[in-house]
Design a protein around this ligand. Structure first.
Ligand code: GLA
Length: 765
């Protein structure tokens, strides 16, 4: 890995272990052009790959076609109004309203290490933005300074690489060095122009993850053509609907093989990302903060920092892409001391009681949970103010003594006596119209003058961009944490931003609000972790609407979805796992029939699905059938025995329920390839159906393994569908090489019943 400059040909080589990005400074004017990005290339004169970007087409030789030049060259930092008619990454307006711009090379520096990113709040508070860090690895950076001569702007384009990663990190900072304010209408973090040859001269597929509440992160795949295809959030959070992520790939790329160019954003607010082809079949792909609900008055001397984008290239399909993201996030983004630790197995009372609980009920749950080996009770929504349903009290973070006599302190003491840790739910960014806080400070809610504020779940959003509001919110949370022994906080956010208006911003800077809001969330969470460094923080947003790389900087785990139905979770989790490590994925066993879908599912199958995440329970343990309660200690034991493989291993997708219609399967393989865990979930009995060969992945072909069935055996069977014991007899290959398991595969038996699971530990001998 490393970053190199060839001064003769004016080429930058940004190299990772297996990839090269080559940028070129074109013409005397210094346009920054992408010459190449893909599998590792030599440090050769790659200018030949840029075709029309070189002599004799450059404007200094052919100024009559200057406009055409920009419209066909692979621009690294495309702007608008000066020739490039494609989607710009930056748009600025000068004091007179003119919006043309063109950025050209001034200088660069290459240096060791990885810079932190900073931005500022209106009260002049500096906030460190979430971004990757070098940790114990070597890192190098390239900072290219571009200038917009007429407007007096500088753009600092930064590229970073780590010695142990195939990701390239990019960010942009815009600085106003002129004497007048310019309005920035758009500043994305990354643009990538690629020749169609990157995809074997075929129109590429665009993969995104989309959904809705309780249906997050489902894989969408379509072939793109001329014109852009975009996904976005304008909701003030990364959203249930789309992920700040895309992968461009060959039409035949699958989980195991094929070209993938993927990007994500280390940001938890509005975003846009997309890709499209132009008249010459050049593909332009971009990611950054959405220009919708955004404008930034950049005063003389001021700067605007765009968040970090993560770029990944691999030839190893979606599994290869996932490995790069997972390793990058685990090594260079998640800071929590819990990252590599076994997380406490928790029981959350939300689906057990909803708002209808008191300390006695919680302690009953905790007592039974403790007997089963569960380690922490999480008290969810409803413990404060007058909150007996979701219509009131957000903002009134005072314990409801009717429910919890003696307060949180007494409850945490009781739990401690039981040997249980204690976790608590907050929704700090919100305010209910029916709350003492709102009655005292109606102007603290984000709102737009003259407009009746829009309610979602009967609540408004606090304007935490104002320091007095942010301080109030912080103190509310911190006071509770200071008052009791609290190990864990679930930080929720249950509505989107609308009616954008802040009493703290004037008309020129109102367009900053969405950006500043996200920054304020970061500021609050950073302060919390500074004061409570041992706190295990879990982010959540109506399920998984804030599952993004930005949040991972603060919390090592994120609630994946409010849909805890294990069948639905197969698809939701498969999408989540494409980007995020399994160690970050909040997954709980809940009651059957499931509260959202009504689906009835065996307890062991619900367990197998939850065991591929952070693991816990979300049910009334005092009310579930005795046989289910008895099965919990075994699941707890499984978590303790193989949880490390899930947390630290390489993840491989073996089969998707969306493809097979019958079953789903995935693996985690320890880095040394001496242990692995295969989880196979049957979703349809379908006796006599033989399409059940699965090929394992990631093992050492030359090592010998034995397979161990995990968990007890269900005995129901018929002559053609099997209980686990019989199934295992049919399946167990004895001592077998990694080569056979990966190439010849395993023939999975038909399990008795509709749903069934086999969790198999694969152990090197
Ligand atoms: C959100 C969360 C749930 C639960 C409720 C409480 O929907 O995702 O897990 O905490 O809020 O109101």
């Amino acid at each position: 890995m490393g970053i190199f400059f060839d001064p003769e040909n004016r080429l930058f080589f940004i190299e990772t272990l297996n990839t090269t990005m080559c940028l070129m400074i074109a013409d005397e004017e210094g346009f920054l052009v992408n010459a190449y990005y893909g599998a590792k290339a030599g440090r050769d004169d790659l200018r030949y790959l840029t075709g029309g970007a070189c002599d004799p087409s450059v404007p200094s030789r052919n100024n009559r076609d200057r406009g055409c030049y920009f419209d066909k060259v692979r621009m690294e930092f495309p702007s608008g109004g000066t020739g490039d008619f494609r989607t710009p990454i930056v748009s600025v307006r000068d004091a007179g309203g003119h919006d043309s711009s063109l950025f050209t090379y001034v200088s660069h520096r290459i240096y060791d290490g990885k810079d932190e990113l900073f931005s500022g709040l209106p009260d002049n508070r500096t906030v460190r933005m979430p971004a990757t860090f070098s940790g114990d690895s070597k890192a190098q950076m390239l900072e290219i300074t571009l200038e917009e001569k007429v407007l007096g702007l500088k753009a600092l384009l930064s590229y970073s690489v780590f010695e142990d990663s195939d990701a390239i990190l990019k960010n942009v900072k815009l600085i106003n060095e002129s004497d007048s304010t310019v309005m920035v209408d758009k500043l994305l973090s990354s643009n990538l122009d690629l020749d169609l040859s990157a995809f074997g001269n075929n129109e590429p597929d665009l993969v995104t993850l989309s959904g809705s509440w309780a249906r997050e992160r489902r894989m969408d795949r379509r072939t793109i053509s001329r014109g852009n295809t975009e996904v976005y959030s304008t909701r003030g959070e990364s959203s249930h609907q789309f992920q700040p992520f895309f992968a461009l790939c060959d039409g035949n790329t699958d989980d195991s093989y094929g070209t993938v160019y993927a990007q994500t954003l280390v940001w938890s607010g509005n975003f846009v990302c997309g890709a499209g082809m132009d008249q010459f079949e050049t593909v332009r792909a971009y990611i950054g903060i959405s220009p919708v609900h955004f404008s930034w008055d950049l005063a003389p001397g001021g700067s605007l920092q765009a968040p970090e984008a993560v770029l990944v290239f691999t030839k190893d399909g979606f599994d290869g892409m996932s490995h790069i993201f997972h390793d990058l996030f685990r090594t260079h983004l998640i800071r929590s001391p819990y990252l590599h630790r076994e997380r406490p197995i928790l029981i959350n009372n939300w689906e057990a009681t909803y708002f209808n609980f008191n300390a006695d009920k919680l302690l009953d749950i905790a007592r039974d949970a403790k007997k089963c080996g569960i380690e922490m009770l999480v008290m969810d929504d409803g413990w404060f103010g007058k909150r007996d349903d979701d219509n009131s009290s957000l903002g009134d973070w005072f314990v409801n003594e009717k429910k919890l006599p003696g307060g949180v302190e007494r409850l945490s003491d009781e739990l401690e006596k039981l040997g249980m840790k204690f976790g608590i739910w907050f929704e700090p960014e919100m305010i209910s119209p029916d709350s003492d806080l709102y009655r005292a400070h109606p102007d603290w809610a984000i709102s737009s003058p003259g407009r009746v504020p829009t309610r979602i779940r009967n609540q408004y959003v606090l304007d935490i961009t104002r320091s007095e509001v942010r301080d109030y919110v912080y103190e509310c949370v911190a006071k509770i944490l200071r008052s009791a022994k609290i190990s864990y906080v679930k930080w929720d956010m249950n509505r989107q931003l609308l009616d954008l208006g802040s009493a703290g911003l004037d008309e020129k800077s109102m367009g900053r609000l969405s950006y500043l809001y996200t920054l304020s969330v970061y500021d609050l969470q950073e302060r919390l972790l500074e004061e409570f460094p041992g706190l295990l923080l879990e982010n959540c947003s109506g399920g998984g609407a804030r599952y993004d790389a930005g949040m991972l900087f603060y919390s090592p785990q994120i609630w994946c979805s409010d849909d805890t139905d294990a069948f639905e979770r197969l698809t939701i989790q498969a999408g989540t796992e494409m980007i995020y490590p399994l160690s970050t994925m909040g997954a709980h066993v809940s009651a059957s029939p499931n509260h959202i879908s009504g689906r009835v599912m065996p307890f062991d199958v619900r367990g197998a699905v939850a065991l591929s995440g952070t693991f816990g329970y979300e049910l009334d343990i005092t009310a579930i059938p005795e046989e289910e309660r008895k099965a919990i200690p075994e699941q707890v034991e499984i978590y303790h025995s193989v949880g490390d493989i899930v947390r630290e291993g390489d993840y491989y997708r073996i089969a998707r329920i969306s493809d097979t219609g019958l079953y789903d399967a995935w693996m985690s393989v320890a880095k040394d390839k001496n242990r692995a865990l295969l989880t196979y979930v049957q979703c349809k009995g379908s006796p006599q159906n033989n399409k059940r060969l699965i090929r394992l992945k990631g093992l050492d072909p030359d090592k010998k393994y034995r397979l161990k069935l995990i968990g007890s055996e269900r005995e129901d069977s018929s002559f053609c569908s099997h209980g686990k014991k019989e199934a295992w007899k049919l399946l167990d290959p004895g001592e077998v090489s990694g080569r056979s398991l990966m190439n010849a595969g395993l023939l999975m038996p038909v399990l008795w019943g509709t749903y069934g699971q086999l969790m198999i530990e694969i152990i090197c001998i």
